[in-house]
Design a protein around this ligand. Structure first.
Ligand SMILES: *Cc1c(COP(=O)(O)O)cnc(C)c1O
Length: 387
């Protein structure tokens, strides 16, 4: 990574603050008594390769959605249990079982597909039964749960399946006072009891994600599945313990001075009121800058906030730098840790009318990822590895 002004990059850069990811992970490892599954779906919420860091910081398992994502974690030679929980019935379960990937199943069709894969590759598959607690999304519907447990118990006796987990996911945990939380925790307790009655035992139960862990509404289980929190996002907005993990910078491509009345960009959504200087940045909505933040967002340059003006383009945006005529190549910060007055991911989410998750997972492939080992809290640092 470069300190602002010291070395300019020719492209936009997303700096992943590895120490911040580790600090957040360690906070959750402590909070969960070490029962921490790091959820690294969607390329680790846009952060890229952080599996080794989160394991070093206390995560005891990793969770992802697809088998493809799980195999990528395994290819990184990370030696903790890896759970994949969202797959169609014809997913590559042979490879998953061979690579010792845990699989969540929510139907007898999926369970049978996993069992057949295990028989083909001559191993026992590690399965988590997933029950729907009220989201009506993934997970086994309530009226199918008992039959799923019975089928799993039968396959355990055949040796193709071992039920190592029972999981549920909460719909309203970011609102701790919502009565839905009590309904869902009760449903989960009942589902676990049903699993035991149907002959299953020795499994871990897991219910809470970030919000339920921070607010405590999903406590009392053997594992916590934490995604957003590792990346500084608290959906419940009740904790200030987490730190931002990303900085996005871009070099100035060109500058110009314009007269009062100049219209900027498509449709002239913004017209300058007085003579001013503009700076062009080489990233736009194709790179994850939300178009909904047009004419609302700010960046930081030379220590000052400056407005992004006009409608965002696909590949570029324009910054009004007032009396400052920037130099081409000078570095502008779009978001960062927020410790030096720069905008944060939370600011961008607010400007775009969305959530932080969508900002961090939306940064496009043209933006270069840089993994930085700067100490948490430091504004700048040294690159350890370039991705
Ligand atoms: C994404 C996801 C998580 C992690 O949720 P966060 O709020 O990001 O911690 C946990 N469990 C399931 C099933 C998920 O889909």
């Amino acid at each position: 990574m470069h300190t602002p002004g010291s070395r300019s990059s020719s492209t936009a850069e997303l700096v992943v603050h590895d120490d911040a990811v580790r600090a957040n992970t360690a906070w959750f490892a402590d909070r969960t008594g070490g029962h921490l599954m790091a959820v690294l779906k969607a390329d680790a919420f846009g952060h890229g390769s952080v599996a080794r860091s989160v394991v070093a910081a206390g995560a005891t398992a990793i969770g992802v959605t697809s088998v493809t994502e799980a195999l990528a974690i395994r290819a990184d030679r990370v030696d903790v249990p890896v759970l994949s929980w969202l797959n169609p019935v014809d997913a590559d379960f042979d490879s998953a079982v061979t690579a010792d990937v845990d699989l969540a199943v929510s139907s007898t069709e999926l369970l049978d597909a996993v069992s057949r894969a295990a028989a083909r590759v001559g191993r026992t598959s590690r399965v988590h039964l997933h029950v729907d607690l009220g989201m009506s999304r993934d997970g086994a519907p309530h009226d199918t749960w008992a039959a799923l447990c019975t089928a799993a118990a039968l396959l355990e006796r055949h040796g193709t399946v071992r039920v190592v987990g029972v999981m549920g996911h909460m719909s309203c945990a970011d609102r701790p006072d919502d009565p839905q939380n009590a309904r869902e925790t009760l449903r989960f307790a009942n589902a676990v009891r049903t699993a035991r009655r149907r002959g299953l035992s020795g499994f871990v139960t897991h219910l809470a994600a970030t919000a339920a862990t921070i607010t405590g509404v999903g406590s009392g289980h053997g594992l916590h599945r934490i995604g957003a929190g590792l990346f500084g996002i608290d959906p419940s907005a009740t904790s200030d313990a987490l730190v931002p993990t990303l900085s996005l910078t871009a070099p100035v491509v060109s500058t110009r001075a314009v007269a009062a009345g100049a219209g900027i960009g498509y449709g002239h959504d913004h017209v300058v009121e007085r003579p001013t200087n503009l700076a062009l940045l080489p990233l736009g909505y194709a790179d994850g800058l939300p178009r909904a933040a047009s004419d609302r967002a700010e960046v930081q340059v030379r220590g000052r906030r400056r407005p992004v003006v006009g409608r965002f383009s696909m590949d570029m945006v324009v910054v009004d730098t007032g009396d400052d005529r920037l130099r081409p190549g000078e570095t502008v910060t779009l978001f960062g840790r927020g410790t030096a007055g720069e905008p944060t991911v939370a600011d961008w989410a607010r400007w775009a009318g969305t959530i932080e998750h969508e900002i961090v997972t939306g940064i496009g492939p043209r933006v270069r990822r840089v993994h930085s080992t700067a100490p948490a809290g430091a504004a700048t640092g040294t690159a350890a590895a370039r991705a």
